[in-house]
Design a protein around this ligand. Structure first.
Ligand code: UD1
Length: 332
């Protein structure tokens, strides 16, 4: 089987490529390196001993995207090409909506034209908004998103659902990720954002390396055990494995929705302390005001993933912290 991974050089996409190659799939990648680096392709080869077939362009280029569908007999698409910085999306809504929505429209247009009937989409727990109850099941209502990035994810889910309705032979899978962190055990691929990180673990990593002086903890007055925000952190390799299973198990036509999380919530300070303990390194932090748009607590009910995909997150918080640091040391 040949799978197109859109955004396959990115943090999550590169881990998906590794798992697909190791499971014996052929992999075609489109990436414009807008938030990734060309070296990643070499690292994928180093880990798996196999090449992906690579195309460098933005999927907004419809002609080039069509060329990939013409040149390759594709069996499925994993779509994780999107802009994802929450803060930036507030100041650049036009760019975010154009990129995230148009790429999804072009991708599904080509899928219908070339009869590729299976797509797995990188969605996010952000579509649930501020949860009324936790843990979140897939039946929880969708909530108000608080930024254009989150709204674009909800809109992309809607577009894919409508496309499936009009093309009943399609299988559309919406994987709602919780908080992916960590890196491949080789230390070769991981998350290395350009500039100042928005997300917690990359920020901790850059404080640990000395690149940034101090972590700001956004609020310690939430209604949580230690007052800091609680999230469901999931190892990126577990997340990537969930995609391989989704391709295999969700072949029935229809819209399949599945959370990918561990079911356990950790606070910001839990993560800081776990990172310090596992890696024997101090992470300086100070308490700052709450970040606008943040919620107190968010974690998954992963029952459906277990029942329908046979998937459970296997890696621990210690694995996530150790692998992040192992990656950081190799990429300073
Ligand atoms: C955010 C987005 C989510 C997106 C995800 C991955 C919101 C509400 N959610 O998730 O839509 O899918 O990123 O890009 O924006 N924190 C600090 N200091 C920091 C950074 C984070 O204390 O420097 C705290 C946050 O307040 C939060 C936790 O760490 O409690 C996790 O933050 P982050 O890694 O940014 O993820 P989310 O906000 O959960």
């Amino acid at each position: 089987m040949r799978i197109l991974v859109a955004g396959g050089a990115g943090y999550i996409g590169s881990h998906i490529c590794v798992e697909l190659l190791e499971a014996g799939y052929e992999v075609v990648v489109i990436d414009d390196f807008s938030n990734s680096r060309p070296e990643v392709l070499g690292y994928i080869k180093e880990i798996t001993g196999k090449d992906v077939k690579f195309y460098e362009f933005n999927i907004l280029d419809e002609e080039k995207t069509e060329g990939v569908f013409k040149e390759n007999k594709l069996d499925a698409v994993i779509h994780c090409a999107a802009f994802k910085a929450v803060g930036e999306s507030v100041s650049k809504p036009i760019e975010y909506y154009t990129n995230n929505l148009m790429t999804t429209l072009i991708m599904t247009k080509m899928m219908t034209k070339y009869h590729v009937n299976n797509i797995v989409f990188s969605s996010s727990a952000t579509v649930y908004g501020d949860p009324k109850v936790v843990p979140l099941t897939e039946n929880c209502p969708l909530g108000e998103t608080t930024n254009p990035y989150g709204t674009s994810k909800a809109m992309m889910e809607r577009i894919l659902t409508d496309v499936q309705f009009a093309n009943p032979e399609m299988s559309v899978t919406l994987l709602r990720y919780f908080n992916p962190i960590g890196a491949h055990a080789s230390g070769l691929i991981g998350e290395n954002p350009k500039g100042i990180p928005n997300n917690l673990m990359p920020y901790i990593m850059k404080v640990a390396t000395g690149e940034l002086p101090c972590l700001g903890v956004f609020g310690d007055d939430y209604d949580t055990p230690d007052g800091t925000g609680v999230r469901d952190y999931i190892h990126v390799v577990d997340l990537a494995k969930g995609h391989v299973l989704a391709i295999e198990k969700y072949q029935e036509p229809g819209v399949h929705i599945c959370n990918l999380g561990t079911g356990t919530g950790y606070s910001v300070l839990d993560i800081v302390h776990a990172f310090e303990k596992v890696n024997g390194i101090e992470v300086k932090y100070e308490i700052k005001p709450r970040r606008p748009g943040d919620i107190a607590t968010c974690y998954a009910d992963p029952t459906r993933a277990k029942e329908e995909l046979g998937w459970v997150a296997e890696k621990t918080l210690e694995d996530m912290c150790r692998d992040t640091w192992n990656f950081a040391k190799k990429h300073q």
